[in-house]
Design a binder for this molecule. Structure first.
Ligand SMILES: [Zn+2]
Ligand SMILES: [Zn+2]
Length: 358
């Protein structure tokens, strides 16, 4: 334990020394890095209390606004921790399955700083099905789905133009084949790869910064990807991430598993919004170097309520596999979870800082 703390302290102390080194050459990328630095800066709001006035808290409010928890104010966001902000924190903690304290505790700040999907967690107006109190799967407002008679066939294609050069096209195609197959195993929908990109129902590409849909990407980590609800079909990945198809070959600390994010974004393209179940594929955040590709009961129930079940799918087998994964819970569970929460916080902090520091 002391070694962890020493390492963390050294990182924290070194941080200002290296800020000049991260300044890149082009104007676009400087904006991008400034945005990511803001997410890392959120650590300084740890334990800021209601009524407090902390310089820069308006940036944290903009984060909550961006992901659907705070409406746009009449004037600018202030630096004051007010009632509206407390309500936003409560809604965020509820939606992300965190302890609901209404405070900027370490678990909440850690969640806020984690890389995540760019799709909003709730409808910012506070209305619609997005704003819910149930801790489980959710849909977009109006519950849109692909309106095709079952068994439906949806086509998808990878942009031949917007790609990442360091991954082989075959590897990327294999990742998407597997990701689509996980969803088609549970619902009566087949996915086929289209020959012409522009004619596909679901169109996938890797984009940098502002790419014309009003949802600019922000460089390394921060927002990883986003997708539009049915029947739009656009699925976008941030080309600035270090996407990995195999962690044995890709050693970068900030590498993000393409298959995990692809499976998540396809869930959006099918009509699922974010789940508050942490183990679910549709949970909004994913740490670097983490793989989360298997659909959980929450994901399956959510998508089957939209499309029905694949006749070959048996929920009981998934129930058995999940109960065995969660089995063996004994008296030490509270301690385990507390340690898990702390270690997650530390690992997330170190993971976020390393790429910037190096
Ligand atoms: Zn998402
Ligand atoms: Zn986009």
């Amino acid at each position: 334990m002391p070694a962890w703390w020493l390492f963390l302290s050294v990182l924290l102390l070194c941080r200002p020394c290296f800020s000049a080194r991260s300044a890149p050459g082009s104007v676009t990328v400087i904006t991008v890095d400034a945005s990511n630095a803001t997410w890392r800066d959120f650590s300084r709001f740890l334990d800021a209390g209601k009524g407090s006035h902390v310089h820069g808290m308006s940036d944290l409010k903009r984060y909550f606004n961006r992901f659907g928890y705070l409406p746009v104010p009449n004037s600018n966001f202030t630096d004051v921790f007010d009632n509206d902000f407390e309500s936003a924190i409560v809604a965020y903690q509820t939606n992300l399955g965190l302890a609901v304290t209404g405070q900027l505790d370490s678990e909440t700040i850690s969640a806020v700083m984690s890389p995540r999907c760019g799709v909003r967690d709730t409808d910012p107006s506070g209305a619609g099905e997005g704003a819910r109190s149930l801790r489980r799967y959710a849909y977009f407002a109006g519950r849109p789905r692909w309106d095709r008679p079952a068994p439906a066939t949806l086509s998808y294609a990878l942009s031949p133009e917007y790609t990442v050069g360091y991954l082989s096209p075959e590897d990327v195609r294999a990742v998407f084949r597997r990701s689509f197959a996980r969803w088609s195993a549970v619902i009566p929908v087949n996915f086929v790869e289209a020959e012409v990109y522009g004619e596909a129902d679901i169109r996938i590409g890797f984009y940098r910064g502002d790419h014309g849909d009003g949802e600019p990407f922000d460089g390394v980590l921060g927002v990883l990807a986003h997708a539009f609800s049915p029947e739009d079909g656009r699925v976008h990945f941030d080309a600035a991430e270090r996407w990995a198809v195999d962690f044995k070959a890709e050693r970068a600390k900030a590498a993000v598993d393409l298959e995990s994010v692809a499976t998540h974004e396809i869930g959006h393209a099918l009509g699922l919004a974010h789940s508050s179940v942490r183990e679910a594929v549709m949970y909004p955040s994913l740490k670097p170097r983490t793989r989360k590709v298997e659909l959980r009961i929450d994901d399956v129930e959510g998508v089957q309520a939209l499309y029905g079940s694949n006749p070959n799918f048996r929920l009981s087998s998934l129930l058995e596999s999940e109960s065995s994964k969660n089995g063996g819970v004994g008296g030490g569970r509270g301690l385990e979870w507390r340690w898990f929460a702390w270690s997650t916080w530390l690992v997330a902090l170190v993971d976020l800082m390393l790429p910037w520091w190096l």
